[in-house]
Ligand binder design. Structure first.
Ligand code: GLC
Ligand code: CA
Length: 532
């Protein structure tokens, strides 16, 4: 297996930028494209291969950009089209790709399409969205719920019908059964491909099409009162509908008209459903996002079993991928603790498949407590206290200057109180920092194809240990991770355990010889270059 036979998005590592929070170029307190441009050198130094930007299109910002009012523009808060073109040029000049976030499922309620659609029942765009009469006795047409709380149906008094919104009421769902909608949205994708964009992360893509008969969703027998109210029902008639697949195949055909473009999909489904999004009868997504590391309890046995099941269920030719954090989920360092976050990093960057790093995780940023008066995320209001996503969206911590060097203005979300010590500048030359660990792992992946495109083989391990082999030709690496907080001995009858430590999450035992016996310290992960 040679690295040349793999495409950039198979070999490479993706870095997710939440643009509002990465770097503010004009001191209005909100991150922007000039800010990202000014930090490209950092990303190049870090060693990532692609950046994915959460939405930067014109938006009323009801859901901070995930409510798009124009698919082919740049919101002035983020900059201009010139800034964007420059970003693509300068990223490409550094060998980095640029991915955009395509919000396909819904628009903003301020999008001209929706304004026209809601203007009258006779509007030529009425059918671009999902409009229904009230139920016979009055009230919403059925029991469908919004993922962000309450009914998914919003009454429009002007025209006397309800419209469907899977998320906020400011985010009406498009009717993807309508060929004009398909055409308009694919044109928007084409617009960005023509501008040099290397691919898309398709937002909420498993929601794209709803049941044609509008059947009620059944109750969820496993619902717990601590779950978000959305989970009271099983969304069988509102998500993962079979009609989604031909639409994705159509998007894929468009992407395939261009060179090495990638389609990634945001899909929260069980693995056996997730893998169908690689394509049923035709190719669909290159990478249906695999969120298992985000969702599972941090338990070595569960996680190793999950990795093996995922590997086994991948259709032939399908490329795996892994995610530890994103703008919707608690930070990994808060979820598993700072020490385990290093183990998680080694796992993410040594598994077979494309990893996505969430901005700030490389310096171990944690969830930030947001005082009530500083809350921004509407979900905190619509779904209830504690469900908001502000804690994992706080500004990137660059240095120890006021506001961590993110802005000289008033930041849109508070900074983490740990920024004077937890920041890029403080960690970049520290040989033991988590930032250095990221950089070393990224460099190693680039230097050793075994770690990116090599084969994966699970090895027996017990208790809090996980072990696996990555191999490419003569190069063989053993990875052993200690998910526990105690010293552990690793023994394996299946391989000749001889070689030397290439990297430890402690960053202090490189070169140490290993001969049949391997001791791991608490919360330690190691990569062993095998010679035996
Ligand atoms: C996706 C995004 C999330 C957004 C939602 C609605 O889940 O990741 O941030 O709020 O879609 O667009
Ligand atoms: Ca700004």
């Amino acid at each position: 297996m040679s690295a040349e036979r793999h495409l950039w998005w198979q070999r490479g590592v993706i870095y997710q930028i939440y643009p509002r929070s990465f770097m503010d170029g004009n001191d209005d307190g909100i991150g922007d494209l000039p800010g990202i441009l000014s930090r490209l050198d950092y990303l190049e130094w870090l060693g990532v291969d692609a950046i994915w930007l959460s939405p930067i299109f014109p938006s009323p910002m009801a859901d901070f950009g995930y409510d798009v009012s124009d698919y082919v523009g740049i919101d002035p808060v983020f900059g201009t089209m010139e800034d964007f073109d420059r970003l693509v040029r300068e990223a490409h000049a550094r060998g980095m790709r640029v991915l955009l976030d395509f919000v396909a499922n819904h628009t903003s309620d301020q999008h001209p399409w929706f304004l026209e659609s809601r203007s009258s029942r006779q509007s030529p765009k009425r059918d671009w969205y999902i409009w229904r009469d009230a139920a016979p006795g009055g009230g919403p047409p059925n029991n469908w719920l919004s993922a962000f709380g309450g009914s998914a149906w919003e009454w429009d008094a002007e025209t006397g019908q309800y419209y469907f919104h899977a998320f906020l009421k400011e985010q009406p769902d498009l009717n993807w059964r309508n060929p004009d909608v398909q055409r308009a949205m694919l044109d928007a994708m084409r617009f960005w491909f023509d501008r040099g964009v290397d691919g898309f992360r398709l937002d909420a893509i498993w929601h794209l099409i709803k049941d044609g008969q509008f059947r009620d969703n059944p109750p969820n027998p496993d619902y717990k009162p601590t779950d978000s109210p959305y989970h009271r029902l099983l969304p069988v008639f509102t998500t993962d509908r079979p009609e989604i697949h031909p639409v994705l195949a159509m998007m894929r055909r468009l992407a395939d008209e261009y060179d090495e473009r990638v389609l990634i999909g945001e899909i929260y489904l069980p693995v056996e459903r997730l893998v169908t999004y690689y394509g049923l009868s035709e190719p669909e997504l290159h990478l249906p996002y695999n969120f298992q590391l985000l969702l599972l309890p941090w338990d070595a046995r569960r996680i190793q079993a999950t990795i093996d099941v995922y590997e086994a269920l991948l259709p032939s030719g399908a490329w795996p991928n892994w995610v530890l954090g994103n703008h919707d989920r608690p930070r990994i360092a808060s979820r598993v603790g700072r020490a385990q976050a290093r183990v998680a990093t080694m796992l993410l960057l040594t598994l077979r498949g494309t990893p996505t790093i969430y901005y700030g995780d490389e310096i171990g940023m944690v969830n930030v407590e947001i005082p009530p008066e500083a809350i921004q995320d509407p979900v905190e209001r619509t779904a209830g206290r504690g469900f908001g996503r502000d804690p994992e969206r706080t500004p990137m911590q660059w240095d120890s200057a006021p506001n961590a060097g993110f802005t000289r203005g008033q930041p849109w979300l508070p900074l983490s109180p740990d920024y004077p010590t937890c920041n890029v500048e403080a960690q970049r030359d520290d040989p033991r920092s988590i930032l250095t660990l990221h950089r070393r792992l990224l460099a190693l992946r680039r230097a050793e194809p075994a770690l990116s495109i090599g084969s994966y083989r699970s090895l027996p391990a017990e208790g809090e240990l996980i072990a696996y082999l990555r191999e490419d030709g003569e190069r063989r690496f053993l990875i052993v991770l200690n998910f526990g907080h105690w010293v552990r001995r690793y023994a394996c009858g299946q391989i000749d355990l001889r070689g030397s430590v290439v990297l430890s999450t402690y960053l202090d035992r490189e070169g140490e010889m290993v001969d049949r016996d391997l001791l791991l310290r608490p919360d330690e992960g190691v990569i062993i270059g095998l010679t035996g």
